[in-house]
Design a protein around this ligand. Structure first.
Ligand SMILES: NC(=O)c1ccc[n+]([C@@H]2O[C@H](COP(=O)([O-])OP(=O)(O)OC[C@H]3O[C@@H](n4cnc5c(N)ncnc54)[C@H](O)[C@@H]3O)[C@@H](O)[C@H]2O)c1
Ligand SMILES: O=C/C=C/C=C(\O)C(=O)O
Length: 480
């Protein structure tokens, strides 16, 4: 059994308490590793190390900082298969998906910010003949980075890469449900020669380790991705301390299909946007709205394709849907399927736990589930389920679908399928979400602002937005 360790001051160490938590492989339903049950004493050691490393790292020539980060990215690529297997074992996702998406995106995140720092320039404003203003952006200090379980290394690196590139030192906490790849990553940091204390990874429970990071007075910036309820709690702690906060939270994203869409692309991409990673992506389009003339055809063809998705052992190349992340999460998703039926929904396919033959017999598998017949404002259509469950509803007019789409407390992303250019602009402008995909889904350019409106978050990640978040701004005005 693997024993995961904290990474503090350049060393792999056990927790101060000596206690460990069990980590379950969700496809097997069995404990396969243990992780430190760290507490505020471990967080303090991490902060001390980050503080000691800060002056050298923040003052290091960007070329040197970049070279170390690029080395880490190369090591991720070297260990692609090992990391993908670990991610699949820990998270439940098909290993094929981890090889194609999660792990390549982790090295891409690091390369993107490592090279970006070379182009992160100061601005100057010349005020007529009277003054010159210049704006400096210097690293903000020790950054606290807290990430979730659905895309573990992908989202962990998406936070720490801009922080490290900007010159911050970091205290980070991956999810206690998926700590393995962050642990393997810490070994790669040591191998790449990252100076001690620059990145510190403290494993353990959210309310203990996460809370200690958020509360720590020496950590001025918190970058958090996770659930909206946790985000609220973090904001309640951090706001009175006047910390800078970036919150990437939940979603209940609409996927809007007009009759004039490219049918095949809309259909096949909607299967992906509904069920990729078992529907455990904050960007999944969990509410599909279809224009009435093509509604029946869409329900029938979509359901047929969903029925053909293979659910099972994440190590099997043919498998498209692996295990959901934990037993508790499986029960939560199943309880929403029961709620949907109580609310009058019709299960077109799926709707239940699946038992897989062989080594995965006790794993947490749910058949991809398609539900029709629900009103837009019922709980099933308003609350985030975060699993392999979608609803499909008809609409008649643009006005009506915009009302449905914008009706939730969330506003992360929306997808739009139409070949009509003017309608594209009109509808995109009125959707209340931070990200709108037109005729595509999860097509990423890392330079673009990424984040949500309403209860989907505060602030934006990506490109210069992230670099600005991890830096403190100062304007110097010189009178001529
Ligand atoms: N907007 C985005 O970019 C994005 C991306 C991925 C996931 N998500 C959201 O994340 C959720 C699923 O992830 P999850 O269940 O891991 O979320 P979560 O909020 O339960 O946990 C996220 C992280 O926060 C930690 N945490 C828990 N309590 C804490 C506290 N009091 N203080 C500090 N840290 C604490 C957890 O240990 C974990 O590391 C979904 O709602 C999903 O939509 C959002
Ligand atoms: O589950 C949430 C997915 C988040 C994705 C990103 O942050 C990204 O693609 O940069």
């Amino acid at each position: 059994m693997v024993t995961i360790l904290n990474y503090i001051n350049g060393k792999l160490v056990g927790p101060n308490s000596g206690n460990y938590l069990e980590n379950v492989n969700p496809a097997i339903g069995k404990v396969f590793s243990q992780l430190p049950d760290s507490d505020e004493k471990d967080v303090q050691l991490a902060v001390d190390a980050a503080q000691a490393a800060y002056n050298d790292w923040s003052a290091m020539a960007v070329e040197k900082r970049q070279a170390i980060l690029l080395k880490i990215a190369d090591l991720i690529d070297r260990d692609l298969t090992e990391l993908a297997l670990a991610e699949s074992e820990d998270q439940g996702k098909p290993v094929k998906l981890a090889i194609a998406v999660d792990i390549p995106r982790a090295s891409a995140n690091i390369r993107f910010f490592a090279t970006g720092i070379q182009h992160f320039a100061s601005e100057a404003h010349i005020t007529g003949n009277e003054a010159v203003n210049y704006t400096t952006r210097t690293p903000i200090g020790i950054a606290g980075c807290i990430s979730p379980w659905n895309l573990p290394l992908y989202l962990f690196t998406w936070k720490i890469a801009p922080a490290l590139a900007a010159g911050c030192t970091v205290v980070a906490k991956p999810s206690e449900l998926t700590p393995l790849t962050a642990y393997l990553f810490s070994k790669l940091c040591i191998e790449a020669g990252l100076p001690k204390g620059v990145l510190n990874i403290v494993h353990g429970l959210g309310p203990k380790v996460g809370q200690a990071i958020v509360e720590h007075p020496q950590i001025p910036a918190i970058s958090f991705t996770g659930g909206t309820v946790t985000g609220k709690r973090i904001a309640a702690t951090a706001a009175p301390m006047f910390k800078k906060l970036s919150l990437e939270l939940g979603g209940k994203n609409p996927n809007i299909i007009f009759a004039d869409c490219n049918w095949e692309q809309a259909l096949s991409t909607s299967v992906l946007s509904s069920f990729s990673n078992q529907g455990e992506i904050c960007l999944c389009g969990s509410r599909i709205f279809v224009e009435r003339p093509v509604y029946d055809r869409f329900v029938s063809e979509f359901t047929n394709r969903v029925k053909s998705l293979t659910v099972g052992d994440p190590l099997d190349e043919k498998v498209k849907i692996g295990a959901v992340n934990s037993e508790a999460h499986m029960n939560k998703v199943l309880s929403y399927i029961i709620l949907a039926q109580e609310e009058g929904g019709k299960i077109e396919c799926g709707g239940e736990r699946i038992t897989v033959e062989g080594r995965c017999a006790n794993g947490y598998f749910i058949a991809p589930t398609v539900i029709t017949g629900l009103p837009y404002d019922c709980r099933t259509n308003q609350e985030e389920i975060f699993g392999p469950v979608v609803t499909i509803m008809p609409f008649d007019t643009e006005e009506e679908v915009l009302q449905y789409a914008n009706s939730t407390t969330y506003g992360l992303s929306a997808t739009l399928w139409t070949e009509n250019l003017t309608r594209t602009h009109r509808v995109a402008a009125q959707l209340k979400s931070g990200i709108v995909w037109v005729n595509c889904w999860l097509f990423r350019d890392l330079r673009t602002p990424f984040g949500g409106m309403k209860q989907s978050g505060v602030g934006r990640e990506g490109g210069w937005e992230a670099m600005r978040f991890f830096t403190e701004t100062k304007n110097v005005c010189i009178k001529l």
